[in-house]
Design a protein around this ligand. Structure first.
Ligand code: ADP
Length: 189
């Protein structure tokens, strides 16, 4: 099963991606987690992206595309979380999947307002102290989402693969809606 999950920061994307991955026994590929691991391990990639993550900016497209290419070519299925975040990344992903003849089964969009997203990210900042959950970085990440990632959403809406789900509900309710949608598109586990 090949699933993309899109939505603003604080929409519950990571939580839902993990649950889809577990239910369908499919790898969860989360670019934010991959990058944070590289930072904490102090690899060359980690040293390069550390200041970018702290500001809440985006890592350059070429670097992200190379990183994803390596991961996805190894996997038969995936729940992709955090990529693509820009139109060039989406074009690169489409080309990659075309090349290996493995189209996406579904693109899930988790919808929440900026107010809900900001409130959740502030709460997470208190609980977990993620470096990019400072008020400035939160504002920056949401701004970049609207500017650069929403055009990616529109791209998948236009080609009919997008399933939009209301993310402003309890976690199990959101999961149930996603599972119904996946069953409808006939995604194989
Ligand atoms: P969030 O969605 O809450 O911002 P993530 O864990 O998905 O959190 O990503 C954290 C950070 O990692 C982003 O703010 C960005 O700096 C970087 N990042 C993750 N995925 C990408 C991507 N596809 N393109 C560019 N930067 C990325």
């Amino acid at each position: 099963m090949r699933i993309l999950i899109l939505g603003p920061q604080g929409s519950g994307k990571g939580t839902q991606a993990k649950s889809i991955a577990a239910l369908h026994d499919t790898p969860h590929v989360a670019t934010g987690d991959i990058l944070r691991t590289a930072v904490s391990e102090g690899t060359a990639l980690g040293r390069r992206v550390h200041p970018i993550l702290e500001r809440g900016d985006l890592v350059p497209d070429e670097l992200m595309v190379d990183l994803i290419r390596e991961r996805l070519l190894d996997e038969d299925g995936f729940v992709l979380d955090g990529f693509p975040r820009t139109v060039p990344q989406a074009e690169a992903l489409d080309a990659m999947l075309d090349e290996i003849g493995k189209p996406l089964d579904a693109v899930i969009l988790l919808m929440v307002s900026d107010e809900v997203a900001t409130a959740r990210l502030r709460a997470r900042a208190l609980a977990e102290g993620r470096a990019d959950d400072s008020p400035e970085a939160i504002r920056n990440r949401l701004r970049l989402y609207h500017e650069l990632t929403e055009p990616v959403v529109e791209r998948y809406r236009a080609d009919g693969t997008l399933v939009a789900v209301d993310g402003d509900r309890a976690i199990p309710e959101v999961s149930a809606t996603i599972e119904e949608a996946l069953a409808q598109v006939g995604a194989r586990s």
